[in-house]
Design a protein around this ligand. Structure first.
Ligand code: GAR
Length: 221
């Protein structure tokens, strides 16, 4: 290990995926479906959730993923949670971590253990409408209050700050007259479910290089 932290590890041709989700895990479902129908060359292995009762946990268990319920309540502290998450991902030999509606900040141990290998989807066009407190419907409320005519979805690398890491892909949706946070969320989420599997396809195909942000192509349509 050098001064920059962990050495970058090349992604294998067929990466092992872990998901982290707090609620429904709609992006996880779309990505697992793409793996299963052969349009994405990756193995969905694990779901880690802070919420034992969430829809994502039941769905993942039904679809052959290993599930792990890890929260600060379970582990006793935020530090212990960070260690437990990092150890769980390592034990399952995870290559890429997909945050699919995970509403907690990851700790430094987990982020350092998977440099440029943790991706998040954010339901707006970052850097707009990101940061602490900007999640779920709060994001769509803010977009509507700002009067923007376009919103969208962003896939970005997770670093230690909320919604801050390098942007990997974005796709736009229109904001329509009469939109509510719920109607806008539904349109953005439909777009996310296309964008995330497509972005992962490009990562696996090495059209997108997670370790060379400057060479990233523009987002897929
Ligand atoms: C998704 O729209 C995702 O972009 C957003 O939460 C939703 C989860 O939906 N994530 C964030 O706001 C993270 N800051 P789901 O539980 O149905 O997948």
């Amino acid at each position: 290990m050098g001064g920059c932290g962990h050495a970058m590890t090349a992604l294998p041709d067929r990466p092992r995926l872990a998901f982290m989700a707090s609620h429904n895990g709609s992006n996880m479902r779309a990505i697992v479906a793409a793996c299963r129908d052969g349009t994405l060359s990756a193995d969905p292995v694990l779901l880690v959730s802070n919420n034992r009762e969430c829809g994502a946990m039941a769905w993942a268990a039904d679809h052959g993923l290993t599930t792990a319920h890890l929260s600060a309540k379970v582990t006793g502290s935020e530090d212990a949670l960070d260690v437990a998450i990092a150890e769980c991902l390592t034990a399952h030999r995870i290559d890429l971590v997909v945050l699919a509606g995970y509403m907690r900040k990851l700790g430094p141990r987990t982020i350092a253990g998977f440099p440029n290998r943790i991706l998040n989807v954010h339901p707006a066009l970052l850097p707009k409408f990101g940061g602490r407190g900007m999640y779920g419907n709060f994001v769509h409320e803010a977009v509507l209050s700002a009067g923007d005519s376009v919103s969208g979805a962003t896939i970005h690398i997770v670093d230690g700050e909320y919604d801050h890491g390098a942007i990997v892909a974005q796709a736009e949706v229109p904001v329509e007259a009469g939109d509510t946070p719920e109607t806008l969320a539904a349109r953005v989420q439909a777009k996310e479910r296309e964008l995330f599997p497509e972005t992962l396809r490009q990562i696996v195909a090495r059209t997108i290089d997670l370790d060379t942000p400057a060479k990233r192509p523009s987002a897929p349509d």
